[in-house]
Design a binder for this molecule. Structure first.
Ligand SMILES: Cc1cc2nc3c(=O)[nH]c(=O)nc-3n(C[C@H](O)[C@H](O)[C@H](O)COP(=O)(O)OP(=O)(O)OC[C@H]3O[C@@H](n4cnc5c(N)ncnc54)[C@H](O)[C@@H]3O)c2cc1C
Ligand SMILES: NC(=O)c1ccc[n+]([C@@H]2O[C@H](COP(=O)([O-])OP(=O)(O)OC[C@H]3O[C@@H](n4cnc5c(N)ncnc54)[C@H](OP(=O)(O)O)[C@@H]3O)[C@@H](O)[C@H]2O)c1
Length: 460
């Protein structure tokens, strides 16, 4: 076997550790850089990296059996929708089970990732140390860089209460007895409005667009375990699901929520078993979008005005790579062109893990992506030509534009089962290409071997 390329992984969240395991099992030397003192990223409540959005009562909304890694089941003692502490414990157990812990460089944020003319990478960390690698895997997460309303609402600079982003919300203590406006119709807005409704004097849920709200359970089963056949066309899935929701809860406007301007499945799913209850109990009042703010009030687009002490913007996230020179790579308006959401078509030594927004859980998709990259690094998979990848990307984008509501939250959407199905097929095709090319290494080992723990920082 020829020498294999070395790799660096940025991030030891659920995506980075899945990629690390895949590389380890394929004998590829790597270093995994983690800004925090622990793994788990978003799922570490109060993570010292400041990048976790977890709140005290956060329960995952993808079900246990659909989010576990394929070769490491979640404990059967876990509920169908575990608490964030259980999710974080599961990742810790995964890392120990596969012996990955000492391959992770904790408290070592990558500050700069620069590609050299021969395609290899030079990474510089927060301690000023640097190292060289053949391949870079980016797994830095995409739910930590707050997206505020753009542009800010008129009068927001005159508001004298608290304006905050969902990312900074931890628990509802500070909302007790206050008048609260929550903006958005995604899952953060649902959870936070419900939590607010138990303690606040009033909770207003403002939205610029309606959403189809689905419960976590239907027919006695977790929602994401129903309608899972990958080959059933999306429209059929969606129409069936819409019919079920209409029979089960009725249309959203019956609850005073805005009428969705789209069919079910044309927006990222909003999952909540509790919000409709809280609305019909009168503890949450649906409102249209915010029009303007005054010192202690918020006015909505229908002209109604309410007293407000706190405004919580649940307006989503930006995709960011602070370690890249923006001229090299950025994701303006969350757009980034990647072959099957992983490979940069013109950069054979760069890949992304977990940069997907599935209708379903991210973890098994990150696992499959890691295995795919691992096969590639061993020369057992070859990519299509750059022009074929670009054409594939254009087709994917056109499908996404046709299907989804135009929004910065819908740029990296995939269907869980269909994505895995297509990836398996693509891996088979690429394996045949690799054999046809004599199993050559697409990324030659040039940067020098990673020494393993303690790794080789300082080498160039
Ligand atoms: C409130 C909330 C609830 C969610 N619920 C679900 C759910 O139910 N199901 C689901 O599938 N997904 C859910 N998600 C999506 C979430 O993004 C994924 O669950 C998961 O956290 C993605 O893992 P990741 O490893 O890609 O990113 P992260 O969990 O964000 O981990 C990224 C890691 O990279 C590290 N890192 C970043 N930059 C650097 C750097 N420069 N150098 C070194 N290390 C770095 C960070 O410290 C972090 O540990 C939710 C997101 C939010 C915000
Ligand atoms: N319990 C859980 O497991 C849980 C809890 C929270 C979050 N999450 C996950 O975390 C991720 C992020 O969710 P999120 O809810 O924080 O963000 P999100 O899904 O991106 O939703 C953002 C919401 O804000 C709205 N919005 C954005 N900009 C706006 C503006 N300027 N004015 C008015 N409305 C605006 C969007 O409307 P448009 O649709 O019109 O753009 C959308 O309703 C998702 O993957 C979600 O599933 C999971």
């Amino acid at each position: 076997m020829p020498a294999l390329p070395t790799a660096a992984i940025i991030g030891a969240g659920s995506s980075g550790i899945a990629a690390a395991k895949a590389l380890q099992q394929r004998g590829i030397d790597f270093d995994c850089f983690e800004a925090s003192d622990r793994i788990g990223g978003n799922w570490v409540f109060g993570n010292r990296n400041g990048m976790s959005a977890a709140y005290r009562d956060l329960h995952i909304n993808t079900s246990r059996e659909r989010m576990e890694y394929s070769d490491f089941p979640m404990p059967k003692s876990y509920p169908d929708f575990p608490h964030h502490t259980q999710v974080a414990e599961y990742f810790e157990a995964y890392v120990d089970h596969f012996g990955l812990r000492d391959r992770i460089r904790f408290e070592t944020a990558v500050e700069r990732a620069e590609q050299r003319s021969d395609g290899t990478w030079r990474l510089t960390d927060e301690h000023g140390e640097s190292g060289a690698y053949d391949m870079l895997l980016v797994a830095n997460g995409h739910h930590w860089d707050k997206r505020w309303p753009e542009p800010a609402f008129p009068g927001s600079d005159s508001f004298e209460g608290i304006q905050m982003h969902a990312h900074d919300y931890r628990d509802n203590d500070f909302l007790a007895g206050r008048d609260v406006v929550v903006l958005g119709m995604g899952n953060s807005a649902m959870d936070i409005a419900v939590e607010s409704s138990y303690v606040a004097r009033s909770t207003h849920l403002a939205a610029r667009r309606g959403a189809w709200i689905v419960p976590k359970y239907l027919f006695g089963k977790p929602l994401d375990q129903i309608l899972t056949l990958p080959v059933v066309p999306h429209w059929l899935h969606a129409r069936t699901a819409e019919l079920i929701i209409r029979l089960h809860t009725g249309r959203p406007e019956r609850y005073g929520l805005p009428r969705p301007d789209h069919r079910f499945g044309e927006a990222h799913p909003t999952v909540s078993g509790r919000i409709l209850d809280r609305i019909i109990h009168g503890t949450i009042t649906p409102r249209p979008n915010i029009a303007q703010l005054g010192p202690d009030w918020v006015q909505f687009e229908d002209g109604t005005r309410v007293h407000a002490d706190v405004v919580i913007y649940c307006t989503g996230y930006r995709i960011s790579f602070p370690f890249f020179d923006p001229a090299f790579l950025a994701a303006p308006d969350n757009r980034i062109d990647l072959f099957r959401r992983v490979f940069a078509p013109h950069n054979p030594s760069l890949a992304f893990v977990g940069l997907v927004q599935p209708l379903g859980a991210i973890f098994p998709l990150a696992e499959a992506q890691g295995e795919w990259i691992g096969d590639y690094l061993r020369g057992e998979y070859h990519l299509p030509t750059p022009s074929a990848m670009e054409a594939d990307i254009r087709r994917g984008q056109s499908r996404m534009r046709k299907r989804y509501v135009a929004s910065k939250r819908h740029t990296i959407q995939v269907d869980f089962d269909r994505y895995l199905f297509d990836l398996r097929r693509e891996r088979r095709r690429g394996a045949a290409r690799a054999v046809a090319h004599g199993l050559t290494l697409p990324v030659p080992p040039r940067a020098g071997a990673v020494a393993g723990p303690p790794a080789h920082l300082g080498a160039t």
